[in-house]
Design a protein around this ligand. Structure first.
Ligand SMILES: CNc1ncnc2c1ncn2[C@@H]1O[C@H](COP(=O)(O)O)[C@@H](O)[C@H]1O
Length: 329
């Protein structure tokens, strides 16, 4: 079960095809992925996404990369995938935010018709760089997709460079019952910012956590203990993206983030994040998890999917609803 995967960050082998199709862009391997033993700053990671966007500009490109990403997850044994993606418009190819999402949905449909053994759902991402206006528009537009697609587009993910301002808006504070589910990227900076409090007030359903053990706020935001209390009080699921933690220079050690998540005894799921950029398979090696431990965690993740209860019960393999084990301590 994969609950946190960015579409463009998950482009893996297809990047070679894209580069060959568009040699004029002159994109080399290390410009779109972080090789083993190398760490990058978070800023460098966000620069990489801008490079990855260059060869994925037409509806055909989006169709191809989405199908390939879905296939690669299916080949890895993923049975339920929640992809998230920013809808981009490109003047040069005429793709609009709407046709972008339609291309993604078409790929999902084609993958199903080709009998790939994976259920795929989609969250529309808000990139913080767009600011509150774009966030509001995206939220409205996502609601339309939610209503017109059945059990397919579920919600919003707030993503992008955490230093790029406040990309929030479009959902009233505290509306858990809102039609769209909400997944946040928080906190990716050592000290929670003002944005942290604003977006927490929206009552997200899930939150991606990196700096769980920060000790102070910036004066206007929340501090570490407030953040944990808040997550506990509202039962906000923690999405742990260990591949990212292992490749970004400023991020805490994997063991520290995992120990934090276990020590707060809070529900969490483990996710790949950007398998193309972070070459995500390596995190399993670093944690020494066995296949059966990964299986147990996956069974637990089924409890937190955004899809309908009927999808959840179809996914739960009989007799395998194991309680998660303490893997490290
Ligand atoms: C490293 N941790 C992260 N933190 C925050 N946002 C991230 C991210 N990794 C990826 N993204 C977001 O996902 C986009 C790429 O996929 P899509 O164009 O949406 O399919 C990035 O541009 C960024 O906005």
């Amino acid at each position: 079960v994969e609950l946190h995967a960015h579409l463009n960050g998950s482009i893996s082998s297809t990047m070679k095809i894209l580069k060959a199709k568009k040699p004029g862009l002159n994109i080399h391997d290390l410009m779109t992925m972080i090789d083993s033993h190398i760490k990058r700053t978070l800023e460098e990671c966000f620069q990489m996404f801008q490079i990855i966007y260059q060869p994925t500009t037409s509806p055909e490109d989006i169709l191809m990369v989405t199908k390939d990403v879905i296939k690669e997850f299916a080949d890895d044994g993923v049975k339920y995938l929640e992809l998230r993606g920013t809808s981009r418009s490109e003047n040069a190819t005429g793709i609009t935010k709407r046709t972008y999402v339609e291309s993604v949905l078409e790929s999902m449909k084609q993958s199903k018709e080709e009998n790939l053994d994976v259920e795929v759902r989609y969250l529309i991402s808000i990139d913080r760089r767009g600011g509150p206006l774009v966030a509001k528009e995206t939220s409205k537009f996502s609601e339309e997709f939610f209503l017109s697609t059945e059990d397919t587009v579920f919600g919003l993910a707030l993503s992008g460079d955490p230093t790029a301002g406040q990309g929030v808006g479009g959902r009233e504070p505290g509306r858990r019952e809102a039609v769209l589910k909400l997944a946040l990227h928080l906190p990716e900076t050592p000290t929670p910012s003002k944005e942290t409090q604003i977006v927490l007030d929206l009552l997200p359903n899930r939150e991606h956590g990196t700096f769980l053990h920060s000790s102070e706020g910036d004066g206007g935001g929340v501090g570490f203990l407030d953040l944990l209390d808040f997550m506990r009080k509202y039962q906000i699921l923690l999405e742990l993206c260990l591949p990212q933690v292992s490749k970004v220079r400023q991020f805490p050690l994997i063991t520290s983030i995992v120990s934090d998540s276990y020590s707060i005894a809070h529900p969490s799921v483990n996710c790949t994040d950007d398998r193309g950029v972070f070459l995500s398979t390596s995190w399993q090696l670093k944690t020494n998890w066995t296949q059966s431990q990964v299986w147990d965690l996956s069974c637990d993740s089924v409890n937190y999917i955004f899809a309908s209860d009927s999808t959840r019960s179809e996914l739960k393999p009989k007799g395998l609803e194991k309680k998660r084990k303490i893997l490290f301590f």
